[in-house]
Write a protein that binds this ligand. Structure first.
Ligand code: CMC
Length: 393
């Protein structure tokens, strides 16, 4: 046995070298391939961001068009997938349905298993970016007892997703451009975040040469947790539980109490110890959506604004550098757009898929790539002798 560095939570271990995403947590900087996140979210769009993350450069007009065509050509899922969906209980959590259905795609695209073939990797990547929104919308439609809506390839990525979620056969559905823009921004802001728990999970799963759909399903599973992607759902539930601004001090005290496991959901970040640059854009988007929908006095928004103020002034939060993260505002926005809280993490998984894939591809193409195999510090029993059952008393 050798000596190993003990680093629980991997706070000081670089698991890989990467050219995709840069974060400076102290300065509140996030860049994809060198481009600041605010510039991409404000001037670009999600599909462009996908291209950038996957191929390293922003697309030319021609590249953009051909990429968009390739993505839209793959938006349908195999019709047999509808049978798979209808096997679930209607009240199943849509994240449970996502873990299962994304994993099931490996069975529908057996050609994706040859990960050593760059063409197979490419087609699997496009398929996932194209089909995750379809699966997510199906998970939603199934949970509300409505018929599945097929993708429409004349619509942009975000608009198509909104129509698959909110269109019903009995009336015409028109996508509200403000909602489409907000959706697109949410996707862009969540597209990648370097070696977070779910991305590390995808890399570790992929390091064995596993099927890419199975690897992304592992990422979806990890994202589900409330300390990670599940935080937007947890943040909104918390705001609902607080209910009115006058109850905020009580919850803030609870969050500070070390004997109480309660934490302010949507606050704090492993890496951002100054502010979360995505939270700023998300806050602005939240206001755009609420204005467009004419939601003037949303009690939850009042609670959110007040909570932010209180926490930012509280010594406990200041000392520990706990600022509102992206999930704090994305929950309010998604709720206003009509999504139930159970769908929040699903939307996150749709957005993060491109990051997972870009990281998975980078890993497989890295000459230093080996199977991920952490070691441990064993601190269990020393050697002892087996006692047969009859002699154990
Ligand atoms: N409320 C109250 N106290 C907190 C909170 C919070 N939200 N977050 C951290 N702390 C305290 C924690 O108790 C500890 O205090 P002390 O030093 O006195 O023991 C100190 O701050 C440091 O916390 P930590 O748990 O060591 O920090 P971490 O880097 O391991 O955890 C985190 C980061 C995001 C898991 C954590 O801040 C948290 O649980 N936040 C709430 C959940 C949340 O909003 N998660 C979304 C993360 S962003 C989106 C994503 O990555 O998916």
């Amino acid at each position: 046995t050798g000596m190993f560095t003990y680093d629980p939570g991997f706070t000081s271990t670089a698991s890989c070298a990467s050219t995709i995403t840069f974060i400076d947590g102290d300065e509140g900087i996030l860049r994809y391939r060198g481009y600041p996140i605010d510039q991409l979210a404000e001037g670009g769009d999600f599909l462009e961001t996908c291209f950038l993350l996957l191929y390293g450069e922003l697309p030319s007009a021609k590249e953009r068009e051909s990429f968009e065509r390739r993505v839209t050509r793959h938006t349908m899922v195999h019709e047999q997938m509808t049978r798979f969906f209808t096997g679930f209980r209607r009240d199943a959590h849509p994240m449970a349905v996502m873990v299962a259905s994304v994993g099931a795609m490996a069975a529908f695209y057996p050609d994706s298993t040859d990960v050593a073939d760059p063409n197979a990797r490419e087609i699997a990547s496009i398929r996932m970016i194209a089909k995750l929104p379809t699966l997510a919308a199906m998970a939603y439609k199934y949970s509300v007892g409505q018929p599945f809506v097929y993708p429409r390839n004349d619509l942009d990525y975000a608009s198509n997703f909104l129509q698959m979620c909110f269109a019903v056969p009995c009336e015409e559905y028109k996508v509200n451009p403000v909602m489409a823009r907000a959706m697109d921004r949410i996707f862009t802001l969540h597209a990648d975040h370097e070696q977070n728990a779910s991305t590390s999970t995808v890399r570790l799963a992929g390091s064995s040469g596993a099927n890419p759909f199975a690897c992304i399903a592992a990422g979806v599973a990890c994202l589900w947790g409330p300390a990670h992607g599940g935080a937007n759902e947890a943040a909104l539930k918390m705001l609902e539980e607080i209910g009115t601004p006058d109850r905020i001090p009580e919850f803030v005290e609870k969050a500070k109490d070390k004997n109480d496991p309660f934490r302010l959901m949507g606050f704090g970040h492993r890496v951002y110890k100054n502010y979360d640059p995505r939270a700023k854009i998300m806050q602005q988007t939240a206001h755009e959506v609420l204005d467009e929908l004419g939601i003037k006095d949303d009690p939850l928004l009042d609670v959110a604004v007040e909570l932010e103020k209180v926490a930012l002034q509280d010594e406990y939060f200041v000392e520990r550098k706990l600022y509102p993260n992206i999930d704090f505002y994305s929950g309010i926005t998604l709720r206003a757009m009509g999504f139930p809280t159970s769908m929040f993490t699903v939307l996150f998984s749709v957005a993060r898929t491109v990051g997972w894939i870009a990281q998975w591809k980078e890993m497989l193409e890295d000459p230093a790539q080996r199977i991920g195999r952490p070691r441990q510090l064993y601190n269990g029993a020393v050697e002892r002798s087996f006692v047969p059952a009859k002699d154990r008393g």
